[in-house]
Write a protein that binds this ligand. Structure first.
Ligand code: GDP
Length: 443
């Protein structure tokens, strides 16, 4: 598993939150400290860690969860969102807009560049593209045969010449040849070692000018942790780096540091290497990566819940007014009951409001789906006047409504009772506390 240690520690922090009976400031600070520790252990830069966790803490303490979402769920979402932003927010895949698309890979020897080139070739092949590889590494003996060996089983062609000493010439010839052959993606692998660093960067520039690639991809070893920052910057200064592949994230204790350092340079991570085999390359999607890292199998469900609630919760300022005045119609009651049914953990939220101490009796807000449906049928048989002002409904009207809706007088009475109870409950509440609750619901 990728970054399993970091994932485990973050997951433990969130579990602590989930298990707690109530969420207070002390707990938020403790969870934030746990997150800090987890990130620092993964070699994330101290300043980055502090910035990130400050944001999480501030939001967790200040933001009110929307209606229907518990404080815990809300904080989990904040952690998820901030970590996702921290790692680049959106996935930025390598796009094959033009055929052929020419990609140049650069990086220091040992970073996993050759392996990554083979993995990339296989990745594009699996996505239906015809791929050609060019080995322009004239420094390392065996670079050409290593690449050939890796992709041979997949029928991917490699252009190279171990005798040739001119890397720029090799790169140019390789690209020309594959262009003639009509391949879709040409990946040029450059040298990772030179007599001196300056020469390496210079050669990289020259190759880049000669073949004019659509994108330069830097391969960085994930095990170097936050040092990745300086390495990425050094390459970025020499040539426009379009994207980065961070390798060896499987089992690396410092992977979190490498990923965040790369993001801090402003270059997008497009793939991550997660093993030695040719298929161990994953497109990097911060959202998917963080949900997996946090080990929250149902985070997607939680996010959907947020989205749904923001669309469906029907509380408005007007509703609050009506609630506060104990003045609402049957239609309002229906809307509230429906909203509350969707909210589920309403009671839990109420209990979490310090000083409120209210617990709405079950019979006031809990109605089954079935009963709610029946209420709807009954209400459809009422006049506008009755809906607005249920007090006017006398026994003969009850009988008429029951007949019209195909229900019994008992059912109609039940609906009216529910209404009375709810009205009474809200009327009897402390107005100040109720306003506080309303705010809590994000009205
Ligand atoms: P180059 O010198 O940059 O071309 O590096 P290589 O591609 O030869 O890789 C160096 C070593 O790292 C090899 O043993 C690879 O198998 C290994 N390697 C590359 N990528 C990964 C990865 O994502 N995970 C693991 N575990 N090993 C990798």
């Amino acid at each position: 598993m990728v970054l399993d240690k970091l994932g485990q520690s973050l997951n433990n922090a969130l579990r602590k939150l989930a298990r707690a009976s109530s969420v207070d400031e002390a707990l938020v600070r403790e969870v934030v400290r746990d997150i800090q520790r987890a990130l620092l252990t993964s070699d994330v830069n101290v300043r980055l860690v502090l910035d990130l966790t400050k944001k999480i803490e501030k939001r967790a303490l200040e933001e009110r969860p929307p209606a229907g979402v518990s404080k815990k769920e809300h904080i989990i979402k904040i952690v998820y969102e901030e970590l996702t932003n921290f790692l680049g927010k959106e996935a930025k895949p390598i796009e094959i807009k033009e055929k052929p698309t020419v990609l140049l890979t650069v990086g220091i020897q040992g970073s996993g560049k050759t392996t990554s080139v083979a993995k990339l070739a296989r990745y594009f092949q699996k996505h239906g593209y015809k791929v050609g590889l060019v080995c322009s590494d004239t420094w390392r003996p065996g670079a050409y045969s290593q690449l050939k060996q890796l992709v041979e089983p997949y029928g991917i062609e490699v252009f190279g010449n171990p005798e040739e000493k001119d890397a720029v010439k090799l790169a140019r010839e390789g690209v020309e040849q594959f262009k003639k052959k009509g391949v879709d993606v040409i990946i040029v692998d450059s040298a990772g070692r030179h007599k001196e660093e300056k020469g390496l960067i210079e050669e990289m520039k020259q190759i880049s000018e000669a073949i004019n690639p659509h994108e330069v991809i830097l391969v960085i070893d994930g095990t170097i942790g936050q040092q990745a920052y300086n390495q990425a910057l050094a390459f970025k200064e020499a040539t426009p780096i379009g994207s980065i592949i961070v390798t060896k994230l499987d089992g690396s204790a410092k992977g979190g540091g490498a990923l965040s350092a790369v993001v801090a340079t402003g270059a997008p991570i497009k793939f991550i290497g997660v093993g030695e085999k040719i298929d161990d390359l994953e497109p990097f999607d911060p959202k998917r990566f963080v949900s997996r890292l946090l080990g929250l199998g149902d985070i997607q469900g939680l996010l959907e819940k947020f989205e749904e609630l923001s669309k469906e919760t029907e509380f408005t300022e007007e509703d609050v007014e009506k609630f506060l005045k104990g003045k609402f119609s049957l239609k309002d009651m229906y809307a509230q009951l429906e909203a509350m049914r969707k909210m589920g953990p309403l009671q839990q939220i109420l209990k979490m409001i310090p000083g409120l101490g209210y617990s709405i009796p079950d019979e006031v807000i809990k109605v089954s789906e079935e009963r709610l449906k029946k209420f709807k049928v009954i209400m459809d048989s009422m006049t506008e006047e009755e809906l607005e002002n249920p007090e006017i409904i006398n026994y003969s009207r009850i009988k008429r409504i029951a007949r019209g809706s195909g229900t019994s007088t008992k059912d109609v009475k039940e609906l009216l009772n529910q209404y009375k109870q709810m009205k009474k409950f809200f009327k009897g509440m402390d107005k100040r506390k109720l306003a506080k609750m309303a705010r809590k619901f994000n009205f």
